[in-house]
Design a protein around this ligand. Structure first.
Ligand SMILES: *[C@@H]1O[C@H](CO)[C@@H](O)[C@H](O)[C@H]1NC(C)=O
Length: 293
């Protein structure tokens, strides 16, 4: 670890500079300072603090970050489509934008449901073009009544997904054991509301009720702490990306013990699907990372 620490220290001054340039969004700042509208029916509300995305039969809507990031912690507050949201999917994700075949991606997808039935938080992680790492949760609150904070922490050691500050999913860097991990491609942040009634709700049995359209989801308080300038590779800031230890300080991973406790609690109370235990899907053995601590 000593060499990694040394490299970390060598990079710290650069990180400090970047961190001070990307401090959390102050109240009243415009969400469009960091995000740009991509397509569809969108509205800026509350003095441009909030983006509303609409979905109707014709199309969904989306935004993305103006820049891409190489390691980052991203927090965003979302208020999901209320009442009968079956068939709709509200999603936020990070994705690399070069070769699709080798792309990296971190997904949070909120699968709508009929009135009174719970949303599903569907998560997935692609590394070097390989995904199929679905883990799903039930939220422990009504995500349509108010804004809640959803976070992606992407460091070179691990990916963490948090809900209102509680770690629900962890994907560790097991590169040394031969499992790909996103370490060299910058990723851009996207938020999209779309229709997926062919699969989203109860496996596609429940269809979107277009008489309820337009469906609207709200996003605000986008915050990003980025690890590295987006251009080029991680070693552009003096780091080799396989050294470990990089960018793990100051990104909400302050208390590892508490985080492990949160992950256990999320698994036991809120998780409803884990690809690593789906023996029907993997009759010949689970993906390698499933067996690694
Ligand atoms: C919708 O509600 C049903 C019934 O409670 C549940 O089985 C299902 O998992 C929920 N979510 C989705 C996305 O279908």
């Amino acid at each position: 670890m000593a060499p990694a620490r040394a490299r970390l220290l060598a990079c710290l001054s650069a990180l400090t500079l970047i961190a001070s340039a990307s401090s959390p969004v102050a109240a009243g700042e415009r969400i469009t300072d960091n995000l740009e509208i991509l397509w569809g029916q969108t509205q800026l509300l509350n003095g441009d603090e909030t983006i509303a995305l609409s979905l109707d039969r014709a199309m969904g809507a989306g935004f993305r970050s103006k820049t891409s990031y190489l390691f980052a912690r991203i927090d965003i507050d979302i208020k999901l489509v209320p009442k009968n949201s079956a068939g709709t999917v509200t999603t936020v994700y990070l994705i690399s934008e070069k070769q699709w075949k080798t792309h990296d991606e971190i997904d949070l997808e909120f699968l709508g449901n009929v009135t009174g039935q719970p949303y599903t938080l569907h998560t997935n992680i692609f590394a070097n073009g390989v995904g199929g790492r679905e883990v799903q949760f039930r939220l422990w609150f009504d995500p349509t009544e108010d804004f809640h904070t959803y976070s992606i922490v992407w460091s070179s050691d691990q990916i963490l997904i948090l809900v209102d500050g509680m770690a629900v999913r962890q994907f560790k860097n097991h590169w040394a054991a031969g499992v790909a991990f996103p370490v060299y491609q910058p990723m851009r942040f996207y938020g999209v509301l779309w229709d997926a009634d062919d699969w989203a709700t109860e496996g596609g049995r429940v269809k979107t009720d277009w008489s309820q359209a337009p469906f609207v989801a709200y996003f605000r308080n986008f915050r990003v702490q980025q690890g590295c300038a987006s251009s080029g590779f991680s070693w552009a800031c003096g780091q080799d990306p396989f050294g470990g230890d990089w960018f793990d300080g100051g990104v909400g991973v302050d208390d590892v013990k508490q985080q492990q406790q949160q992950l256990r609690e999320a698994r036991s109370k809120y998780m409803i699907y884990d690809y690593c235990t789906d023996s029907v899907r993997f009759p010949d053995g689970f993906p390698k990372e499933c067996g690694l601590a």
